[in-house]
Design a protein around this ligand. Structure first.
Ligand code: GLU
Length: 378
């Protein structure tokens, strides 16, 4: 569904934004997927992201199909009040298309807990009662789940540690570089450091910082909170952000946007293991090159599934109005991530496939099986 979103700006002028919501597959349950605010949003990107959500949900066995939404604009250039108006009008435009049993939005690039609170409220106003299960990734005080905001990063780190173990790399001596310092990269860097790795470089959309002895992440987080970027951090040297993926590290975590490892830079990648925190960071050409060079690439639909897994936990809790402890959420997340890793690894080994091909085959097979079992009506 594509909708226009007329927005009254704070200065009184009117602008019309374009929004999309794509439901890719509904065989295994209601559609699920994030909502992205970015100037790069277009229907094709949203369609691709919706398809990845179908495979991701099937792979980690949460009872959803795939969806994605997006509005083509840069939220940094809009006030809080304008963002609220955009979000509410978009939600109202797609209101008949979504819902806890139909399609459940969550945060993605450019959106956050507040966006989900406005969406839930707008949806609820339309229904005449509060529907906590209509979005996930909501604030804790408004039907959110403990552990949701850090869940994608935690999942990335569970998988990264499993992948390093599989490669025989000792985490106590391992080095890592993280691309992106937002919802996924920032906590992933911290959890990697807590697990004993040396995080030597991080980047954001403005620049990158590197320190071979390991970045002091607590200080870096303070610097980012104060200035809005990793650029200018006194505890590191400036680095060309494009150079981050080429660093000589054991683990590379692209946790920003699509298509950053491509035909040009893939031959120069030195990392032994890549764990895709972002959706689609590696192009198909790059994938072939990395495989030929023996780089272990853990695909997005496995590596970053922690977010949608805890979204599922949030939806279950919201629908039952019964809330779990953080310990329960973390334990169930860890179990599901480790189980999905074993499932993919065993299949990849048994059929001599890359982890991406194995994960995709397993996910597509689950969707196909559900589709077949449902049969034909009438
Ligand atoms: N936007 C996240 C993703 O790409 C989370 C989706 C969700 O929780 O529904 O996986």
């Amino acid at each position: 569904m594509t909708v226009s979103i007329p927005l009254r700006r704070d200065d009184g002028s009117v602008e019309v934004l374009m929004g999309h919501r794509v439901q890719h597959n509904l065989s295994r349950g209601p559609a699920k997927g994030g909502l992205r605010y970015s100037p790069h949003v277009n229907l094709d990107e949203v369609r691709a992201l919706a398809m990845w959500m179908t495979w991701k949900c099937a792979l980690v066995d949460v009872p959803y199909g795939g969806a994605k939404g997006g509005i083509a604009f840069d939220p940094h250039n809009y006030s809080e009040a304008e963002l609220e108006r955009v979000t509410r009008r978009y939600t109202s435009e797609i209101g008949t298309f979504i819902g806890p049993e139909r399609d459940i939005p969550a945060p993605d690039i450019g959106t956050d807990e507040q966006t989900m609170a406005w969406m839930m409220d707008t949806y609820s106003v339309g229904r005449g009662h509060t529907v906590l299960g209509s979005t996930t990734g909501k604030p804790l005080r408004l039907g959110g789940s403990l552990g949701r905001s850090s869940s994608t990063s935690r999942g990335v780190v569970h998988i990264a540690l499993a992948a390093l173990r599989h490669r025989g790399i000792d985490r106590a001596t391992a080095t890592a570089a993280v691309q992106g310092f937002g919802k996924v990269g920032r906590s992933a860097a911290r959890f990697l450091a807590e697990a004993g790795l040396r995080v030597v470089a991080v980047s954001d959309q403005f620049g990158a910082t590197v320190c071979r002895e390991g970045l002091a992440l607590e200080l870096l987080e303070k610097h980012v909170d104060a200035t809005g970027s990793v650029v200018g951090f006194a505890g590191g040297e400036e680095l060309d952000p494009d150079g981050l993926v080429l660093l000589d590290v054991d683990l590379l975590v692209p946790a920003a946007i699509e298509g950053v490892i491509d035909l040009d830079n893939a031959p120069l990648v030195q990392a032994s293991v890549i764990v895709e925190g972002a959706n689609g960071p590696t192009t198909p050409d790059a994938d072939r090159i990395l495989e030929a060079h023996g780089v272990l690439v853990v695909p997005d639909i496995l590596a970053n599934a922690g977010g949608v897994i805890v979204s599922y936990f949030e939806w279950v809790q919201a629908n039952q109005a019964y809330w779990w402890t953080e310990k329960e959420v973390q334990a169930r997340l860890a179990e599901r991530m480790e189980c999905a890793w074993d499932f993919v690894l065993r299949y990849a080994d048994a059929h001599s496939l890359s982890l991406r091909t194995a994960a995709t085959c397993l996910a597509v097979a689950r969707v196909a099986e559900a589709h077949r079992l449902r049969g034909r009506y009438p």
